[in-house]
Each structure stands twice: as C-alpha cells, then as structure tokens.
Design a protein around this ligand. Structure first.
Ligand SMILES: [Zn+2]
Ligand SMILES: [Zn+2]
Length: 234
C-alpha cells in the first residue's frame, strides 16, 4: 500500500524506511515487505530429510515418518523446502492466500525457481486447487508464486465420502483427489518437478506423486515453498 509516497510493509503494516525503498530502487525492485520481516524467513541450514525436506537431527538421510511412508506406499518422495514454516511464513500465506494478497505472489518467485532449477526438471507441475477454490480465490496460489513456465498436468476433484473413520494410511490410499489432465500431452520419460506451497503431513504431495506414478511417470521430485513440523529423530 502506498499513501502519499509512503510505503507500508505488506506483512507487518509498518512504514518501510526510505533507505530500504531507495536500496530496492537501485536493484529495480519494489519493496513491499520490510527488511525486519524478510529477516524472519528462515531457510534450512542443517541436515534435511531426503524425502520430505524437513529437519533430521542426526546424520540419517530419511526421517522416520518418511521411512514409514516408503514402506507402505512402495515409493519415496524427493522434496526440498525453501523455507521453514514459521510465524512470518504463516502470516505471508494467510495474507497471500486468504486475504486477496495476489500482489504478494512475486515475493518468493526467485527463491522458489532457484530451488526448482537445481532439480533439473524438464517440466514444472503445480499442485492444483479445486475449481471452486479457484473461482473463490481467483488464483491458484502455487501458480501465482511460479508466475509462468508451468504445466497444468494435474487436476483436482472433491470427495464427498467421509474419511474420518479411516487411518492416515487408509485415507492416503483411497482419497487421492488428483487426476491427470488427459488433454495435456507429456511423455512418460519427462522429468517432473511438482511444486506446492506448504509441506505439512506430506499427504497432498504423496497423492500427486502417486497419481503420476500410476500412469507411468518415474522421474519425479518436488519443491515446496515451506515445510512445517519437526521430524522425529531416527
Ligand atoms: Zn514488515
Ligand atoms: Zn522426511
């Protein structure tokens, strides 16, 4: 928001110091978030689980939860998270996703593409939102972060059946909402990078991996903007 030449931080609503705005202008960037807020976004500096991208306290490659999923599903994920899901990330996502803050979509575009390029994928597939969510929100938040160069290979359905009586693993098995969009033609040899905003339990991403694997895609990995939760030590 700009008020008579004054810029306010889009996350804390405080006035952005002129020195920060001036610095932004030097690198042709509009400062919409103050430096104090930006410093609160934390990347993973330590060892991460190779499957979910979360913290692992010891020198193991995979956390216990992901090992359990691997055993049950027969495949592993390969996820990297850009940031930890902390209070400022929650604030960002709330404003971006639920308070119509589409102007915040660009804030981490460079950061997420930096991780995506490291995956050396041939196509980038955002996790879809359901058509109703899309209509209400006006955008898919993942596509907003990416900006461009993505492929809408997956679609999302809504399930009416109650899932509450099933175990976590049973739910994963039976309630996969993702389908391949048959109108999109992609060779099964294509190396795909899935992208989502937050990894919480991993259920969403594993559904997406599962859908792609079932039709024959094998070269899959994923990047999420944030990773919530702390993994148990193995
Ligand atoms: Zn701020
Ligand atoms: Zn893990």
């Amino acid at each position: 928001m700009t008020l008579i030449g004054i810029d306010f931080c889009q996350l804390c609503d405080e006035e952005i110091p002129f020195s920060e705005i001036f610095k932004g202008q030097l690198i042709f960037q509009n400062r919409i978030v103050c430096e104090k807020c930006m410093r609160q976004f934390k990347t993973f500096k330590q060892l991460c689980c190779s499957d979910c991208g979360g913290k692992v306290a010891k020198a193991q490659r995979t956390c216990l939860e992901c090992l359990t999923w691997q055993k049950y599903l027969g495949f592993r994920t390969n996820n990297i998270a850009v940031f930890m899901y902390n209070e400022i990330m929650q604030n960002y996502l709330t404003r971006y996703k639920f308070q119509g803050g589409y102007h915040l979509s660009k804030l981490f575009r460079r950061a997420i593409w930096h991780k995506i390029y490291q995956q050396k994928a041939e196509i980038v597939v955002p996790i879809p939102v359901h058509e109703i969510t899309y209509q209400q929100r006006g955008y898919n938040q993942v596509e907003g972060i990416l900006g461009t160069n993505f492929t809408r290979l997956l679609t999302k359905a809504i399930f009416a059946e109650p899932q509450s009586k099933k175990t976590k693993l049973e739910r994963l098995d039976t309630s996969n909402p993702f389908r391949i969009d048959s109108q999109v033609s992609v060779s099964l040899e294509t190396k795909i990078c899935l992208v989502d905003d937050v990894y919480t339990t991993g259920r969403t991403l594993r559904h997406a991996y599962n859908t792609l694997r079932q039709v024959g895609f094998t070269q899959l990995n994923s990047v999420t903007l944030a990773r919530s939760g702390f993994m148990r030590e193995v």
